[in-house]
Write a protein that binds this ligand. Sequence first.
Ligand code: ZN
Length: 416
Amino acid sequence: MHSWPSPAIPEIPGRNGPIHIFDSAHGEVVALTPGPTAGLYVCGITPYDATHLGHAATYVTFDVLGRALRDAGHDVVYVQNVTDVDDPLLARAVRDGIDWEVLADRETALFREDMTALGVIAPDHYLGVTESIDGIVATVSDLLAAGTAYRLEAPDASSPDIYLDLAQAPGVGSVSHASREEMLALFAERGGDPEREGKRDALDPLLWRGARDGEPSWDGGDLGDGRPGWHIECTVIALANLDLPMTVQGGGTDLIYPHHEMSAAQGRLISGEESFAQAFVHQAMVGFEGEKMSKSKGNLVLVSRLRADGVDPMAIRLALLDHHYRTEWEWSDGDLTRAQERLGQWRAALSRNGGPSTDRLITTIRARVSDDLDTPGALVAMDKWVAESLSADHSANLGGPGLAARAIDRLLGVRL
Ligand code: ZN
């Protein structure tokens, strides 16, 4: 699947040190220690509705992380999936009387436009589930052959459903540390089927769904016709494109359980590696009018709608960066107003003849970003430089504004 055009990353003097970030699995800030190449996997969208600000916050957060890793001297291999066939997408297509593929293509295209506008660096590997069927079939077949997956007949399906025998996967619980009760509740809430009769364990995740009337299906060889379950797609796409342990698996906090727990458990089981990712990193939920922004609640603030209203995408990006990724917050018009004012101030300073030295600015932005992605702190550093620039004549240092602009572009993805 084609991704989107990546923005150029400007060069600035120096380099960042190690990146420290909160690992949900260990419950503490850890120093990332990739080798020359850092592997970053961020779970992608299910394309049945347009990109809302909660999504945008996630992808901007991991864009800043990718920039920080590059600035620390690593090459970054960035992988992202698109869940372009799954129950919610199919349900929406039926509801709206539209072909599911047309819906998925349309919303994926809009996502690409939003990411391009927000200055997000494109993934190196951007893969839909529908492009990954062969690998998923091979993997599920291997699990069946190894006895770690099992078939379960379904009366309404032409071939059996296939589940992972989770009891045989080591280390389940090491990502979320959820209790059995919490797991059962979250599994039911987030696409699982704990009530399904005949499963060896209520929490066993679906690997392959046998073909049903009215649902798309693919030739699964010995599996029979069907389509992939949700978690196995990310496991297979990650294993095909990244060495384990990858540096970071990322997504929203609503993916910790079951999605990241299951994809990691499957990844360890299939690969035999002890660890799926060095760190599991999660973006807090963004709310609107008192509730988590979500498709099911219908309280979405869409990036594309803001853009259509003439909002500068860099103001949207600044508004997102002004909230730490681990803090839940609610979007309001005030966020946008503040970001637009800030953008205006920054542009005024950068258009002056000369500016203050950027040494401290660059050092501070690097320090803030490498300290658990403290983007609000990085913005404050730029505010200080801007205030200093606007308060006096700095025409003796003509290179200042150019270097400041390159620094905030390179490190924060804010283009002015
Ligand atoms: Zn995923």
